[in-house]
Design a protein around this ligand. Structure first.
Ligand code: TXA
Ligand code: MG
Length: 343
């Protein structure tokens, strides 16, 4: 199939919004910009359309999708119950990079929830995402628009790279501002539990809810055969073809360790100001304390590593506070949990 690339710069571009909405309403697939990463959207209430998402991505059949809405008015029809914690989180963080797992209503097809009794719901803040959902008049199931296992796309070009010829349309709304996927929190446990860290930080969730547990899979590796609370957490993820290793240690010890790899085959992802410690090519991820910059740049940097043919990527490990918890969570998966202490 021919994939149409459609630029939409403004939620006032009703003509082009209608064209994207039309693709979705007739059961097609459309790549859409959101504030986190690009999504691969289909009508969430159309089982046949949703199944096409799994085929285009090569996504495992047991990994459920997030349903995207444009207003809290759409929520009651999609869930069986809205606990007070969900209301408080929606008031604080919607629209925005937060996904809530709630008991699902019968209208949610099995293809979306993959047999679970729950559904993940998010209301994006990106004006074009919001306008597409509103114009289509249907909730949209949308995973990240990458080939399953690869780094998530933060530009329309990334989506085109992975999905050209496999989907009907890609809406280009510019680069994503957050850069990592939404925070996923389940309200089906007491206390609520963080399943995937993202732009809404653990600290922000605790400010609203008090106690929030952190699922073991956020920073840990699941044992073989162990059942994850969020099916997406069990897969090797976000990984370029290059071998990724996370480095914990001082700049000097990292630089010494880097010298044990062939210089032309090895890319360094480091913090601003550290570049000159290495003879290698480097991609700076922002100042060490600038977690928002790390989030914005990480997936692009992992994609660049493959584009430029590097065999190894050594990454200076961020800490686990604020949005860096999300960056660390993605990097641990990109590295298949290889962390090297160079001290
Ligand atoms: O920022 C985002 O959330 C992006 C944009 C496009 O909105 N979407 C996204 O979708 O990251 P995806 O499919 O790549 O990740 C969804 C995550 C997976 O880890 C999945 O296992 C989890 O949410 N999830 C979905 N439904 C769930 C459920 N009912 N219970 C637990 N986890 C669920
Ligand atoms: Mg994904």
């Amino acid at each position: 199939m021919k994939t149409e690339l459609l630029k939409i710069d403004s939620p006032q571009d009703t003509e082009n919004l209608r064209r994207a909405a039309e693709v979705l309403r007739r059961g097609g697939l459309c790549g859409i910009p959101t504030e986190t990463v690009y999504g691969l959207a289909a009508n969430a209430l159309d089982e046949t359309a949703v199944k096409k998402i799994f085929a285009a991505k090569g996504r495992p059949q047991d990994n459920p999708l997030i349903v995207h809405i444009s207003s809290t008015d759409e929520l009651p029809a999609l869930v069986r119950e809205i606990p007070p914690e969900a209301k408080a989180l929606a008031a604080a963080f919607w629209p925005g990079p937060l996904t809530m797992v709630l008991p699902k209503a019968d209208c949610i097809p099995d293809a979306v929830s993959c047999g679970l009794d729950t559904v993940a719901i998010r209301m994006p803040s990106h004006p074009i995402a919001n306008a597409i959902i509103r114009t289509a008049g249907i909730p949209l199931a949308a995973p990240s628009a990458n080939t399953s296992g690869k780094p998530s796309p933060t530009t329309a070009e990334h989506v085109l790279h992975d999905m050209d010829g496999k989907i009907d349309m890609i809406v280009d709304g510019g680069a994503c501002s957050v850069g990592v996927e939404s925070t996923v929190v389940t309200l089906c446990t007491a206390p609520p539990r963080l399943l995937r860290p993202g732009g809404v930080t653990l600290e922000m969730l605790r400010d609203v809810l008090g106690v929030v547990d952190v699922d073991k899979a956020v920073l840990g590796e699941l044992e073989r055969g162990e059942k994850p609370s969020s099916p997406g957490m069990k897969y090797k993820h976000y990984s370029p073809d290059a071998d990724v290793k996370l480095i914990r240690g001082s700049l000097a010890s990292f630089a010494r360790y880097a010298q044990t790899f062939p210089v032309s085959e090895t890319l360094i992802l480091c913090f601003d100001g550290e570049e000159s410690a290495f003879a290698n090519e480097t991609i700076p991820l922002g100042a060490a304390a600038d977690a928002a910059a790390h989030a914005q740049r990480i997936f692009r940097a992992l994609r660049d590593a493959d584009e430029r043919g590097f065999k190894t990527v050594l990454v200076h490990c961020p800490d686990d506070r604020g949005v860096d918890l999300a960056v660390l969570n993605r990097l641990l998966r990109a590295a298949a949990f290889q962390v090297v202490d160079t001290e």
